[in-house]
Write a protein that binds this ligand. Structure first.
Ligand code: UD1
Ligand code: MG
Length: 412
């Protein structure tokens, strides 16, 4: 065995988050933190991903039950990050390969940074390589201790630092690559002699250096991707940084976002070229928007929304689990839920699709080229033929909908 695998540590209790949910399941821009770390590993090509779970383990496994490339490892008692890695020993003890170790609470990680880490490890032929970051405010992170020549000597956790060491601004974001055999050798000797009484993975590095192995630290992590989320405040900060990345990617792809600070777009959303997103628009979940659309201000798009091209959604328009074909216009105050809307339909102000009858969610089908007057209610399940004309203020149920076609004018 000699390939590269990844271990992601995700067993911790997270007292600072004050939560019953596993920390790594808390969402950043619509996906659990752990998803981002998994994707970063997949991006550099690893043979297997071992995820160490403990606190709320079943919740985490259930959320990722469809991910076939994960091997779940239990850490029943959380005795520290070194102990968590030791729990993978059964799987990895014979391996000659490389082991990437990352924390599940670091969603801002980028594949490019991991690639830099791997390249450095290979060019330096080191036993362990870690990527570090320099932060203006390093509080809370393990500090990188270097000697007068700049060689790394070890990492001291924030709670164990002296006043002098607390001033060090180079920190450990927890991105490591190890030669597997040397790692597991060093882990045997890690002792919990620190303020928290935990077995620290960071101590394994100092032990490796002491026994003559080459350990290299490369300052490759941008400050904004170093963040480990330990509190709700950090969760919201990570969300803000991720939101900037999402919007910046969309703008690179030709989407106009008029007021980025007052717009929120889920990471799973796809938006076509020349679409304009107006301020106070909130797009949550798996949403697909075509080209040349105009969305907002104050639009709320929820999971399962698919918009064709040239669609206009205006102020206070909510769309959920619905597809709107090319040229649909819904400019003011409407709710389209569980609906299929044909081409060039005009949705008047205040249309409601009444999709829930108290027991079931029902669908509304609207044909092409329909005109739906303001203040109408479509009681699902209901289907309108192509070209149907619904007068303003009409309540349409299936009983009276069948008459309405291109010739069939609506009556109240
Ligand atoms: C850790 C690092 C610190 C670094 C910081 C970056 C250690 C000792 N410290 O500190 O140097 O600056 O991350 O964010 O590694 N976990 C387990 N089992 C355990 C304990 C933790 O799986 O027994 C997991 C947690 O779920 C978490 C990760 O390991 O995903 C890191 O643990 P956390 O308690 O957040 O460590 P930090 O104090 O942030
Ligand atoms: Mg942490």
């Amino acid at each position: 065995m000699g390939g590269r695998v990844a271990i992601i540590l995700a067993a911790g209790v997270s007292s600072r988050m004050n939560t019953k949910l596993a920390k790594v399941l808390h969402e950043v821009c619509g996906r659990p933190m752990l998803s981002y770390v998994l994707d970063a590993c997949r991006g550099v090509g690893v043979e297997k991903i071992y995820v160490v779970v403990g606190y709320s383990a079943e919740q985490v496994k259930d959320r990722f039950r469809d991910a076939g490339d994960i091997v779940w490892v239990r850490q029943d008692e959380q005795k520290g990050t070194a102990h968590a890695v030791t729990c993978c020993r059964e799987h990895l003890k014979g391996s000659d390969g490389q082991t990437l170790i990352l924390c599940g609470d670091g969603p801002l990680i980028r594949t490019e940074t991991l690639r830099t880490l791997i390249d450095k490890h290979e060019s330096e032929h080191s036993a362990a390589t870690l990527a570090t970051a320099v932060l203006a405010e390093p509080a809370g992170y393990g500090r990188i201790i270097r000697d007068a020549y700049g060689n790394i000597q070890g990492i001291i956790e924030d709670s164990d630092c002296t006043a002098e060491q607390l001033k060090i601004t180079e920190v450990n974001p927890s991105y490591y690559l190890f030669n597997n055999k040397i790692l597991f050798g060093a882990l045997d000797n890690v002792q919990p002699d620190n303020v928290k009484g935990e077995y620290y993975l960071t101590d394994a590095l100092a032990l490796m250096i002491a026994s003559g192995h080459k350990v290299v630290a490369v300052t490759a992590v941008r400050p904004e991707e170093a963040m480990g989320v330990n509190s709700r405040q950090q969760l919201s900060e990570a969300g803000k940084i991720m939101q900037e990345r999402i919007q910046s990617r969309l703008m690179d792809n030709g989407v106009t976002i008029v007021d980025p600070a007052n717009t929120w777009v889920d990471v799973r959303t796809k938006i076509g070229q020349d679409t304009v997103i107006e301020p106070f628009t909130y797009i949550h979940g798996e949403v697909k928007i075509g080209r040349n659309c105009r969305v907002g201000p104050f639009a709320f798009l929820r999971s399962g929304t698919v918009l064709g091209d040239d669609v206009v959604l205006g102020v206070f328009t909510e769309v959920k689990n619905s597809s709107l074909a090319d040229g649909v216009r819904a400019r003011h105050h409407s709710y389209l839920g569980d609906a299929t809307v044909g081409k060039n339909v005009n949705v008047g102000a205040g249309l409601i699709t009444a999709n829930y009858d108290g027991k079931n969610i029902n669908r509304t089908e609207i044909g092409n080229d329909c005109y739906i007057g303001s203040g109408s209610i479509l009681i699902a399940p209901v289907a309108l033929k192509d070209g149907a004309h619904i007068d303003a203020g009409t309540v349409v149920s299936q009983d009276n909908a069948s008459k309405r076609g291109r010739q069939g004018k609506s009556r109240r």
